[in-house]
Every structure is written in structure tokens, then in C-alpha cells.
Write a protein that binds this ligand. Structure first.
Ligand SMILES: [Zn+2]
Length: 226
């Protein structure tokens, strides 16, 4: 991969990811970013090591209650064989096809991407829901070349991870692995260039609010994205 990832999750998200305190949907976006980003792979490993040594210090206290500790170990051991087949599935290259284009899906997202819902298309934009989390809206978002997503504000948090291709907005240009985080105050008009389409993972906590055009035309668009 020639593209150098420029936009990372940031230290706070990475720490929460390693501690396992992120919501499953945000963790999915961070894990997929890590798959695409050598920098964050190293950071994640360092944080894991730090976190591991912190846990090791807690261990004497835990072993006081040996029965409980043994039960927990037994539980972990019991779970382990079940996880193995999943890992093997993840080792295979999963692809998603849209607009006659086949996109390779990063390992962390492959199991979820295989279960994507029907593609809904509107102009050059297509979305397919993923059967992820309970609270957030998680989908694959395809934007054909030379297409603009209408200018919008965010009613909640918007995470966009570029999986393939390139997308631009008022703030910059993003390629595979780049993670855009937009909060309720941010307004932007994402678009693709004339010669390159783009596939993203999108995580939304609330619908987008479109700022231009006729309200009756934009309302269905809002539902389309959420
Ligand atoms: Zn990164």
C-alpha cells in the first residue's frame, strides 16, 4: 500500500480501544483503521504491553479468591476453541462488490462486511447497513467518482474510515486508512475526484442534517443515510 495514513484515531480512542471500553461500533472502526495503519499497529502493541503490565500488578489481589480466578480461567479456556474457526475465516480475503467494482475488506471488518444488507443507491452514492451495534448506525458507504455528498452538519458523531480510494472535503484529502471524526459542530461537503471512487466505513450516532436544497428533497436523503 503506497498511501501513508495521515488521520489516526488519537491517543484517547487508542487507549480506550486497548482497555476494551469503547462501544463495539467505534471499536470496529478503530480495529479496521489499525489493520490499515502500521503506525497504530505499533502504538496498539505498546499500549497492550503497558496495559498488560498494569494487569499483572493487580494479579496477586485477584488470586486471593482462587475459586473465582480459576472459574474465570476455565471460562476463558472454554471460549478459546470457539474463537479459532472465526480467526481462520478472517484469514481469507473478503471482498465487497458494488458498481462493478470489487473492494478488498480489511481483516478486522471482514466478518461484519460479509453480512452487509442490501445496497441502497441514490445518484452516485450507495450505502449498505452492517449488522453492528445497538446504538450506532454502521454502514458501508460507496461514493462513485466525481460525486458530491450534499453539504451537511452532524447531529451527533460521525466516524468515516476510508477503506479504498480517496475522498476530499473542505479540510483535506483522505485515502485508505484515514479516519475522519466529525462532531456536531462540523459542517462539510465530502466529494470524490473525477478519476477515483471510494469505499468507506461509516459510523453515525445520529442522522446527518443537510443544509442546502429543498427540505422535501433532503428529508428522504437524511433517511437514506441513517
Ligand atoms: Zn493510525
Amino acid at each position: 500500500m503506497t498511501h501513508a495514513v495521515k488521520y489516526h484515531p488519537g491517543m484517547m480512542l487508542m487507549e480506550q480501544y486497548v482497555e476494551g471500553t469503547l462501544s463495539a461500533d467505534v471499536a470496529l472502526a478503530v480495529a479496521t483503521h489499525i489493520d490499515l495503519c502500521p503506525h497504530c499497529q505499533r502504538l496498539c502493541q505498546d499500549l497492550h504491553n503497558d496495559h498488560g503490565s498494569q494487569l499483572a500488578q493487580l494479579e496477586p489481589a485477584l488470586s486471593h479468591n482462587e475459586t473465582e480466578f480459576e472459574q474465570m480461567l476455565a471460562f476463558i479456556t472454554e471460549q478459546a476453541p470457539q474463537q479459532k474457526p472465526v480467526k481462520r475465516v478472517q484469514g481469507e480475503m473478503v471482498t465487497v462488490t458494488i458498481n462493478n467494482r470489487e473492494f478488498k475488506i480489511p481483516r478486522a471488518l471482514s466478518r461484519m462486511a460479509q453480512q452487509h444488507g442490501k445496497w441502497l443507491q441514490l445518484g452516485g452514492i450507495a450505502t449498505a447497513k452492517l449488522p453492528a451495534g445497538d446504538k450506532l448506525h454502521v454502514s458501508l458507504l460507496y461514493i462513485n467518482k466525481g460525486t458530491e455528498v450534499p453539504n451537511h452538519t452532524h447531529l451527533g458523531m460521525e466516524l468515516t474510515l476510508v477503506l479504498s480510494g480517496r475522498i476530499c472535503d473542505e479540510n483535506g484529502e483522505y485515502g485508505a486508512g484515514d479516519l475522519l471524526i466529525n462532531s456536531p459542530d462540523d459542517t462539510h461537503t465530502p466529494h470524490t475526484k473525477a478519476d477515483e471512487d471510494c469505499l468507506c466505513l461509516s459510523v453515525l450516532s445520529a442522522p446527518l442534517k443537510f443544509n442546502k436544497g429543498l427540505v422535501r428533497l433532503l428529508n428522504p436523503l437524511q433517511q437514506f443515510f441513517y
